[in-house]
Design a protein around this ligand. Structure first.
Ligand code: AP5
Length: 215
Protein backbone atom coordinates (compact mmCIF):
# COMPACT_ATOMS: atom_id res chain seq x y z
CA UNK A 1 0.00 0.00 0.00
CA UNK A 2 1.65 3.22 -1.24
CA UNK A 3 -0.86 6.05 -1.18
CA UNK A 4 -1.06 9.84 -1.29
CA UNK A 5 -3.97 11.56 0.48
CA UNK A 6 -4.81 14.86 -1.21
CA UNK A 7 -7.38 17.42 -0.08
CA UNK A 8 -7.81 20.84 1.48
CA UNK A 9 -7.26 21.58 5.18
CA UNK A 10 -10.07 19.96 7.15
CA UNK A 11 -11.09 17.49 4.44
CA UNK A 12 -10.46 14.56 6.80
CA UNK A 13 -7.15 13.26 5.42
CA UNK A 14 -5.66 12.77 8.88
CA UNK A 15 -8.83 11.19 10.30
CA UNK A 16 -9.01 8.61 7.50
CA UNK A 17 -5.24 8.05 7.35
CA UNK A 18 -5.09 7.21 11.07
CA UNK A 19 -7.84 4.64 10.63
CA UNK A 20 -6.50 3.05 7.45
CA UNK A 21 -2.92 2.88 8.73
CA UNK A 22 -4.00 1.27 12.02
CA UNK A 23 -5.91 -1.38 10.09
CA UNK A 24 -3.33 -1.97 7.32
CA UNK A 25 -0.26 -1.81 9.59
CA UNK A 26 1.54 0.81 7.50
CA UNK A 27 2.86 4.18 8.76
CA UNK A 28 0.97 7.45 8.32
CA UNK A 29 3.50 9.95 7.03
CA UNK A 30 1.93 13.34 7.77
CA UNK A 31 4.17 16.26 6.87
CA UNK A 32 2.10 18.50 9.17
CA UNK A 33 2.67 16.13 12.11
CA UNK A 34 6.39 15.85 11.28
CA UNK A 35 6.72 19.65 11.28
CA UNK A 36 4.76 19.99 14.54
CA UNK A 37 7.08 17.41 16.15
CA UNK A 38 10.10 19.46 15.02
CA UNK A 39 8.49 22.63 16.38
CA UNK A 40 7.83 20.92 19.74
CA UNK A 41 11.46 19.71 19.92
CA UNK A 42 12.68 23.20 18.94
CA UNK A 43 14.91 21.92 16.12
CA UNK A 44 16.32 24.22 13.41
CA UNK A 45 13.92 22.66 10.90
CA UNK A 46 11.03 23.30 13.31
CA UNK A 47 12.01 26.98 13.67
CA UNK A 48 12.12 27.35 9.87
CA UNK A 49 8.77 25.56 9.35
CA UNK A 50 7.02 27.50 12.12
CA UNK A 51 7.52 30.80 10.29
CA UNK A 52 5.42 29.54 7.39
CA UNK A 53 2.91 27.39 9.31
CA UNK A 54 1.89 30.21 11.65
CA UNK A 55 1.01 32.36 8.60
CA UNK A 56 -0.93 29.51 6.94
CA UNK A 57 1.63 29.32 4.11
CA UNK A 58 3.34 26.29 2.66
CA UNK A 59 6.84 25.45 3.89
CA UNK A 60 9.36 25.72 0.98
CA UNK A 61 9.56 22.66 -1.27
CA UNK A 62 13.25 21.95 -0.64
CA UNK A 63 12.68 21.65 3.13
CA UNK A 64 9.65 19.38 2.75
CA UNK A 65 11.07 17.12 0.02
CA UNK A 66 14.28 16.35 1.92
CA UNK A 67 12.31 15.59 5.09
CA UNK A 68 9.96 13.20 3.26
CA UNK A 69 12.73 11.43 1.33
CA UNK A 70 14.51 10.79 4.65
CA UNK A 71 11.30 9.51 6.27
CA UNK A 72 10.44 7.18 3.36
CA UNK A 73 13.90 5.61 3.58
CA UNK A 74 13.17 4.39 7.13
CA UNK A 75 12.56 0.61 7.44
CA UNK A 76 8.88 0.81 8.46
CA UNK A 77 8.01 2.42 5.11
CA UNK A 78 9.26 -0.64 3.19
CA UNK A 79 5.86 -2.33 3.65
CA UNK A 80 3.99 0.76 2.40
CA UNK A 81 2.79 4.15 3.65
CA UNK A 82 0.05 6.71 3.48
CA UNK A 83 1.40 10.18 2.67
CA UNK A 84 -0.96 12.62 4.40
CA UNK A 85 -0.52 16.21 3.20
CA UNK A 86 2.37 15.54 0.82
CA UNK A 87 2.85 16.40 -1.99
CA UNK A 88 1.22 19.87 -2.04
CA UNK A 89 2.88 21.37 -5.10
CA UNK A 90 3.79 20.01 -8.53
CA UNK A 91 7.56 20.20 -7.74
CA UNK A 92 6.89 18.14 -4.57
CA UNK A 93 4.98 15.55 -6.65
CA UNK A 94 7.84 15.35 -9.13
CA UNK A 95 10.32 14.94 -6.29
CA UNK A 96 8.21 12.11 -4.85
CA UNK A 97 8.08 10.43 -8.28
CA UNK A 98 11.89 10.52 -8.42
CA UNK A 99 12.28 9.14 -4.88
CA UNK A 100 9.86 6.27 -5.52
CA UNK A 101 11.29 5.51 -8.98
CA UNK A 102 14.79 5.22 -7.46
CA UNK A 103 13.43 2.72 -4.92
CA UNK A 104 11.35 0.92 -7.61
CA UNK A 105 8.25 1.34 -5.46
CA UNK A 106 5.79 3.33 -7.56
CA UNK A 107 2.80 5.11 -6.09
CA UNK A 108 -0.40 3.05 -6.30
CA UNK A 109 -3.13 5.65 -5.75
CA UNK A 110 -3.78 9.31 -4.99
CA UNK A 111 -6.99 9.63 -2.97
CA UNK A 112 -8.59 13.08 -3.22
CA UNK A 113 -10.98 14.11 -0.42
CA UNK A 114 -13.59 16.52 -1.76
CA UNK A 115 -15.47 18.84 0.65
CA UNK A 116 -16.96 22.32 0.13
CA UNK A 117 -15.39 25.39 1.74
CA UNK A 118 -18.12 26.20 4.31
CA UNK A 119 -17.89 22.68 5.74
CA UNK A 120 -14.06 22.88 5.87
CA UNK A 121 -14.17 26.10 7.90
CA UNK A 122 -16.77 24.59 10.24
CA UNK A 123 -14.65 21.49 10.83
CA UNK A 124 -11.36 23.33 11.39
CA UNK A 125 -12.76 25.80 13.87
CA UNK A 126 -14.21 22.88 15.91
CA UNK A 127 -11.13 20.63 15.68
CA UNK A 128 -8.97 19.56 18.60
CA UNK A 129 -5.74 17.56 18.33
CA UNK A 130 -3.70 15.50 20.80
CA UNK A 131 -0.35 17.13 21.48
CA UNK A 132 1.27 13.73 22.16
CA UNK A 133 -0.10 11.24 19.57
CA UNK A 134 -1.78 13.64 17.05
CA UNK A 135 -5.19 11.93 17.36
CA UNK A 136 -7.87 14.15 15.79
CA UNK A 137 -11.14 15.16 17.51
CA UNK A 138 -14.04 17.42 16.68
CA UNK A 139 -16.23 19.10 19.27
CA UNK A 140 -19.32 18.50 17.09
CA UNK A 141 -18.93 15.01 15.62
CA UNK A 142 -16.15 13.26 17.57
CA UNK A 143 -15.27 14.92 20.91
CA UNK A 144 -12.85 13.30 23.38
CA UNK A 145 -14.67 11.41 26.17
CA UNK A 146 -13.05 13.68 28.81
CA UNK A 147 -12.67 17.31 27.84
CA UNK A 148 -9.03 18.18 27.06
CA UNK A 149 -7.75 14.59 27.43
CA UNK A 150 -6.89 12.22 24.57
CA UNK A 151 -8.93 8.96 24.56
CA UNK A 152 -6.03 7.06 23.03
CA UNK A 153 -2.97 8.11 25.02
CA UNK A 154 -4.14 10.44 27.83
CA UNK A 155 -2.19 13.35 26.28
CA UNK A 156 -3.33 16.96 26.25
CA UNK A 157 -5.92 17.80 23.60
CA UNK A 158 -5.49 21.35 22.24
CA UNK A 159 -6.52 23.72 19.44
CA UNK A 160 -3.84 24.05 16.73
CA UNK A 161 -2.44 27.57 16.28
CA UNK A 162 -3.19 27.45 12.55
CA UNK A 163 -6.89 26.66 13.15
CA UNK A 164 -7.59 30.33 13.97
CA UNK A 165 -10.13 31.72 11.44
CA UNK A 166 -7.71 34.17 9.74
CA UNK A 167 -5.05 31.47 9.26
CA UNK A 168 -7.65 28.99 8.00
CA UNK A 169 -8.58 31.39 5.16
CA UNK A 170 -4.94 31.70 4.14
CA UNK A 171 -4.46 27.90 4.19
CA UNK A 172 -7.52 27.41 1.98
CA UNK A 173 -6.22 30.04 -0.49
CA UNK A 174 -2.80 28.35 -0.56
CA UNK A 175 -4.53 25.06 -1.33
CA UNK A 176 -6.47 26.50 -4.27
CA UNK A 177 -3.39 28.21 -5.72
CA UNK A 178 -0.70 25.58 -5.21
CA UNK A 179 -2.16 22.17 -4.33
CA UNK A 180 -5.43 21.85 -6.29
CA UNK A 181 -3.49 21.36 -9.60
CA UNK A 182 -2.27 18.00 -8.25
CA UNK A 183 -5.71 16.53 -8.90
CA UNK A 184 -5.09 16.89 -12.65
CA UNK A 185 -1.48 15.73 -12.20
CA UNK A 186 -2.55 12.39 -10.73
CA UNK A 187 -5.59 12.01 -12.99
CA UNK A 188 -3.25 12.22 -15.99
CA UNK A 189 -1.24 9.35 -14.50
CA UNK A 190 -4.41 7.25 -14.02
CA UNK A 191 -3.91 7.19 -10.23
CA UNK A 192 -6.69 9.48 -8.97
CA UNK A 193 -9.51 8.21 -6.74
CA UNK A 194 -11.95 11.02 -5.79
CA UNK A 195 -14.14 10.63 -2.70
CA UNK A 196 -17.12 12.63 -1.47
CA UNK A 197 -15.62 13.43 1.94
CA UNK A 198 -18.55 15.58 3.11
CA UNK A 199 -20.25 12.41 4.34
CA UNK A 200 -19.92 11.07 7.92
CA UNK A 201 -16.48 9.58 8.71
CA UNK A 202 -17.65 5.91 8.65
CA UNK A 203 -19.23 6.40 5.23
CA UNK A 204 -16.07 8.07 3.86
CA UNK A 205 -13.99 5.17 5.21
CA UNK A 206 -16.28 2.58 3.59
CA UNK A 207 -15.99 4.36 0.23
CA UNK A 208 -12.23 4.64 0.65
CA UNK A 209 -11.89 0.87 1.19
CA UNK A 210 -14.26 0.11 -1.69
CA UNK A 211 -12.31 2.44 -4.00
CA UNK A 212 -8.96 0.91 -3.04
CA UNK A 213 -10.33 -2.62 -3.59
CA UNK A 214 -11.37 -1.70 -7.14
CA UNK A 215 -7.76 -0.92 -8.09
P1 AP5 B 1 -1.30 19.75 7.96
O1 AP5 B 1 -1.16 19.41 9.38
O2 AP5 B 1 -1.07 18.72 6.94
O3 AP5 B 1 -2.72 20.44 7.78
P2 AP5 B 1 -3.74 20.41 6.53
O4 AP5 B 1 -3.42 19.78 5.26
O5 AP5 B 1 -4.08 21.83 6.46
O6 AP5 B 1 -4.76 19.39 6.93
P3 AP5 B 1 -5.50 19.34 8.25
O7 AP5 B 1 -4.71 18.57 9.26
O8 AP5 B 1 -5.91 20.73 8.65
O9 AP5 B 1 -6.84 18.61 7.82
P4 AP5 B 1 -7.16 17.09 7.50
O10 AP5 B 1 -7.59 16.97 6.08
O11 AP5 B 1 -6.10 16.16 7.99
O12 AP5 B 1 -8.48 16.95 8.37
P5 AP5 B 1 -8.73 16.20 9.77
O13 AP5 B 1 -8.74 14.73 9.59
O14 AP5 B 1 -7.83 16.77 10.84
O15 AP5 B 1 -0.32 20.99 7.59
C1 AP5 B 1 -0.19 22.11 8.45
C2 AP5 B 1 0.82 23.08 7.86
O16 AP5 B 1 2.11 22.45 7.70
C3 AP5 B 1 0.49 23.62 6.45
O17 AP5 B 1 -0.40 24.71 6.49
C4 AP5 B 1 1.89 24.01 5.95
O18 AP5 B 1 2.32 25.22 6.51
C5 AP5 B 1 2.76 22.89 6.51
N1 AP5 B 1 2.87 21.76 5.57
C6 AP5 B 1 2.42 20.50 5.78
N2 AP5 B 1 2.68 19.74 4.71
C7 AP5 B 1 3.30 20.53 3.80
C8 AP5 B 1 3.79 20.32 2.48
N3 AP5 B 1 3.71 19.13 1.88
N4 AP5 B 1 4.36 21.37 1.84
C9 AP5 B 1 4.48 22.58 2.42
N5 AP5 B 1 4.01 22.86 3.67
C10 AP5 B 1 3.43 21.83 4.35
O19 AP5 B 1 -10.24 16.68 10.05
C11 AP5 B 1 -10.54 18.03 10.32
C12 AP5 B 1 -11.68 18.10 11.36
O20 AP5 B 1 -12.88 17.59 10.77
C13 AP5 B 1 -11.43 17.27 12.61
O21 AP5 B 1 -11.98 17.95 13.71
C14 AP5 B 1 -12.20 15.96 12.34
O22 AP5 B 1 -12.64 15.33 13.53
C15 AP5 B 1 -13.35 16.45 11.49
N6 AP5 B 1 -13.79 15.48 10.49
C16 AP5 B 1 -13.00 14.65 9.75
N7 AP5 B 1 -13.75 13.93 8.90
C17 AP5 B 1 -15.04 14.35 9.09
C18 AP5 B 1 -16.28 13.98 8.48
N8 AP5 B 1 -16.33 13.06 7.50
N9 AP5 B 1 -17.40 14.61 8.90
C19 AP5 B 1 -17.35 15.56 9.86
N10 AP5 B 1 -16.21 15.94 10.50
C20 AP5 B 1 -15.06 15.33 10.09
Amino acid sequence: MRLVFLGPPGAGKGTQAQRLCASAGVPQVSTGDLFRAHVAKETALGAEAKKFMSRGELVPDSVVCDMVATRLAEPDCAKGFVLDGFPRTVPQAESLDRTLAAARTPLERCVEFVVDKDELVRRLTRRQTCRKCAAVYNLDVAPPARSGVCDKCGGEVYVRDDDRPETVSRRLAEYDAKTAPLSAYYRAKGLLLRLDAAQPPDRVYAELLAGLRRT
